[in-house]
Design a protein around this ligand. Structure first.
Ligand SMILES: [Zn+2]
Ligand SMILES: [Zn+2]
Length: 156
């Protein structure tokens, strides 16, 4: 039923916003309307948006916000673990508000980033020569290639 689905989504969003406020408090960060708005745009987007993309949307809610503020806010969110920076994004950082374990496929043509989840990738072994020297904090599997739509375009 579309109605109940919509309510479920809203409830989930509310839950995420509350979890975010807890994360902020634990990190000693003030909960500001800017931070709330940036976070909301980020988790509502499926695009792994850049700061610029988030900025364009946040302006609907907070018209006088600057790109610099949005950028700094996204970096802060990444620092406190409320978001992450997508690996291999190149010069323009792309952000991810999805906290569940997942992997990415990035299309090198249209630059879209797709989420997928393949369980065996969740527990990648760290080679001894790495674990002896470094403290590994994050391990990710990252795919790059050409997406289905871009492949279709190439065929034509
Ligand atoms: Zn593509
Ligand atoms: Zn993602």
């Amino acid at each position: 039923m579309p109605g109940s689905g919509g309510r479920g989504k809203k409830a989930k969003l509310k839950e995420k916003m509350e979890a975010f406020q807890r994360t902020c408090r634990e990190a000693g960060l003030k909960i500001t309307p800017q931070r709330m708005a940036v976070y909301k745009v980020l988790i509502e987007s499926k695009q792994h948006p850049s700061a610029e993309m988030v900025f364009r949307k946040v302006r609907d809610v907070i018209p006088n916000i600057s790109l610099d503020t949005v950028n700094r806010t996204l970096l802060t969110l990444s620092e406190i673990g409320a978001a992450s920076i997508v690996e291999g994004s190149g010069d323009v950082k792309r952000f991810d508000g999805k906290l569940e374990t997942h992997q990415h496929f990035k299309c090198i043509k249209c630059r879209r980033i797709f989420d997928f989840h393949y369980k065996p990738f969740d527990n990648i072994a760290v080679p001894k020569n790495i674990s002896r020297r470094f403290a590994v904090l994050r391990k990710t599997v990252y795919f790059e290639g050409v997406c289905d739509l871009c492949r279709k375009h190439a065929e034509r």
